[in-house]
Ligand binder design. Structure first.
Ligand code: ADP
Ligand code: MG
Length: 470
C-alpha cells in the first residue's frame, strides 16, 4: 500500500506549473500574462484533467472564453492525457468547505480502496450544485426531457432506464446533474461519463482490481452515465458494462443515460446493449428555438446584473441580437453572453451592435446558414484554378473530379442541404454520387496530409472570411 501511495505522489508532481506559466507568458505576451494568467493558481492534477483556481467568477469566465483552449494545449504538451481543465473560484468560502468535505470523503473511502478511489470520489463529488432543476430554463425543445428527469428524481416513475439524447450543449449533462443532485440526498448516486468508466475499467484490470470495480459500480442506487456514445471499448469492456447495467437493473437501481444520438444509432455498441437502452423511456432534447434562447438570455442577464450589483448594462437590442444569431446550442448562447460581459467589464462600456459582432465573430459565422453553395463553389474553383462551368460540367477528368468532390464535401459539411439538394446544385447529379464524393474525401483526408490541410483552410475561409481570398 505504501508503495502505491508514493506512486500517486509522483504522479501528482508530474505537471510543472512554473514551466507552464513560462510558456503561457511566451505564447500570450507579457501584458496578457500579467493581467490575467499570472493570477491562476494550480490546485491539483488528476489522471485526465487538472484543477486550477482563480479568485473571481469574472476571471474564470474571461480566461475560459479567451485562453483556456490554448492553455490546455500547453498543458497537453507536457502531459498528453490531460483533456480538460477545471477552474475553481476560490474567493468563495463554500468552495473551501467543499474541498474539506472532499478531502474527508477521500480519507474515508481510502479505507476501502486506496489506489483509485480518490478519482471516483471526486467524480462522485463532481455533481455540480449550480446545475439544478430550479435553474434549468424550460422551452418546447427540452420540456419533455425535463419532466421525465424530474419524475425520475422524485421517484414517481418506472422509467428505467431513462435515456436522454441530443446535440452538444443542449443541457443533457445539466439534467443528469440535477437528477444526481436531488437523489444524492437519499440514495447512493454514481455519476460518471462513459469515457471515465472505460478508463477506470482499463485501470482496474491493470491493477488487478476488477473485484472492487464491480463492487463499486454495482453498489449504486442511482447510476448516471453521461455521453454513452463514447463507449466504444473492446468486447471485454462492453461485456462488463452490460453486466453492470443488468445487475443494477435487476436490483432495482435507477439508471439514467445520456448520449448525442438515439440508442439504435450508437455505433460500436453491442446490439443487446442498445436494445436494453431502448427498453425504458427514450427522450430527446432538440435545438432551442428563439423563445427559449431569448428566455435564457433574459434570465442569465438578470443574474449577471445582480452579480455585478447593477453595474452591468446589456441593451435589449444586444440581448435580442444574441438570441437571434446564436442558435447552435445553449452552451454557445451562454458563452456569447459571457463574452459580452467580459467586454463590458474590460472597456467599461456596453458594446454596441458592431462591437458585439466582432466579439462574437466566430460564433456568428459558425451558424451554417451563412455559407452558401455558391460561395463554396466559387472558392473551390478559385483554389483549384478551374472555372465554374468546368466544375459543374459532366466531364470526368481527374483535375476536375477532385475539386468537384471537395466542393460537394464542403457543402455537406457547412450547409444544411440534403444529399438530393446538393446533387441538384451540382448539375443534377444523383445523390449516390454525392455520397460517393463525400466518402472519397473523408477517406483521402485520413492519409493525405496536404489535401486535409487544404480542406481545413478552405473550410476556415468559408466560415470566417466573407472575402474569398485564397
Ligand atoms: P450537453 O451535456 O447537452 O452537452 P450541458 O448540460 O453541458 O450540455 O449544457 C451546456 C451549458 O448550458 C451548461 O452550462 C448548462 O448549465 C447550460 N444549459 C443548458 N440547457 C440549459 C437550460 N435549459 N437552462 C439553463 N441552462 C442551460
Ligand atoms: Mg454533456
Amino acid at each position: 500500500m505504501k508503495n502505491k501511495n508514493s506512486l500517486n505522489k509522483n504522479e501528482i508532481q508530474k505537471i510543472d506549473w512554473e514551466k507552464i506559466q513560462l510558456e503561457m507568458k511566451n505564447k500570450f505576451g507579457k501584458d496578457i500574462f500579467e493581467s490575467w494568467l499570472r493570477k491562476i493558481d494550480f490546485s491539483e492534477e488528476f489522471n485526465d484533467y487538472i484543477l486550477i483556481s482563480v479568485s473571481t467568477r469574472f476571471l474564470r469566465d474571461w480566461i475560459t472564453s479567451r485562453y483556456l483552449d490554448q492553455i490546455l494545449q500547453i498543458v497537453k504538451s507536457h502531459k498528453q492525457e490531460i483533456n480538460r481543465i477545471e477552474i475553481l473560484i476560490n474567493e468563495n468560502k463554500n468552495i473551501l468547505n467543499n474541498n474539506e468535505n472532499k478531502m474527508n470523503l477521500i480519507k474515508d473511502s481510502s479505507k476501502n480502496n486506496v489506489s483509485f478511489i480518490k478519482d471516483f470520489v471526486f467524480q462522485y463529488n463532481r455533481i455540480d450544485p449550480n446545475k439544478n432543476f430550479e435553474n434549468f430554463v424550460l422551452g418546447s425543445s427540452n420540456k419533455l426531457a425535463y419532466e421525465a428527469s424530474k419524475k425520475v428524481a422524485e421517484n414517481i416513475t418506472q422509467y428505467n432506464p431513462l435515456y436522454i439524447y441530443g446535440g452538444v450543449g443542449m443541457g443533457k449533462t445539466h439534467l443528469l446533474n440535477s437528477i444526481g443532485l436531488k437523489l444524492k440526498e437519499t440514495s447512493k448516486v454514481m455519476f460518471i461519463s462513459a469515457e471515465r468508466f472505460m478508463y477506470q475499467f482499463v485501470k482496474s484490470i491493470k491493477s488487478n482490481e476488477m473485484v472492487k470495480f464491480k463492487e463499486y459500480f454495482r453498489n449504486a442506487d442511482v447510476f448516471l452515465i453521461d455521453d454513452v456514445q463514447f463507449m466504444n471499448g473492446k468486447e471485454a469492456m462492453q461485456e462488463e458494462f452490460f453486466h453492470t447495467f443488468n445487475a443494477l437493473m435487476d436490483k432495482g437501481s435507477q439508471v439514467i443515460i445520456s448520449a448525442d444520438r438515439p440508442p439504435n444509432k450508437l455505433s460500436r455498441i453491442q446490439e443487446r446493449i442498445k436494445s436494453r437502452f431502448s427498453g425504458g423511456l427514450v427522450i430527446d432534447i432538440q435545438q432551442p428555438d428563439y423563445d427559449l434562447r431569448y428566455k435564457i438570455i433574459k434570465i442569465k442577464t438578470e443574474e449577471l446584473k445582480k452579480y455585478y450589483s447593477n453595474q452591468l448594462n446589456i441593451s435589449e437590442e444586444i440581448q435580442k441580437f444574441i438570441s437571434v444569431e446564436v442558435k447552435n446550442s445553449i452552451r454557445e448562447l451562454v458563452g456569447a453572453l459571457n463574452r459580452i460581459v467580459s467586454f463590458s467589464r474590460i472597456y467599461n462600456k456596453t458594446p454596441n451592435l458592431s462591437e458585439t459582432k466582432v466579439v462574437l465573430k466566430d460564433l456568428l459565422n459558425l451558424s451554417e446558414s451563412k455559407v452558401t453553395i455558391d460561395s463554396i463553389q466559387s472558392l473551390v474553383c478559385k483554389f483549384f484554378k478551374i472555372s465554374k462551368n468546368e466544375m459543374l460540367s459532366s466531364r470526368r477528368s481527374r483535375y476536375l473530379v477532385r475539386p468537384r468532390q471537395t466542393a460537394i464535401y464542403l457543402t455537406k459539411l457547412l450547409t444544411t442541404k440534403s444529399l438530393p439538394e446538393i446533387g441538384r446544385e451540382f448539375s443534377n447529379r444523383d445523390h449516390t454520387t454525392v455520397i460517393h464524393s463525400i466518402k472519397t474525401i473523408e477517406n483521402l483526408k485520413k492519409n493525405d496530409h496536404e489535401l486535409s490541410t487544404n480542406i481545413d483552410s478552405l473550410k476556415n475561409q468559408l466560415l470566417y472570411n466573407n472575402s474569398n481570398e485564397v
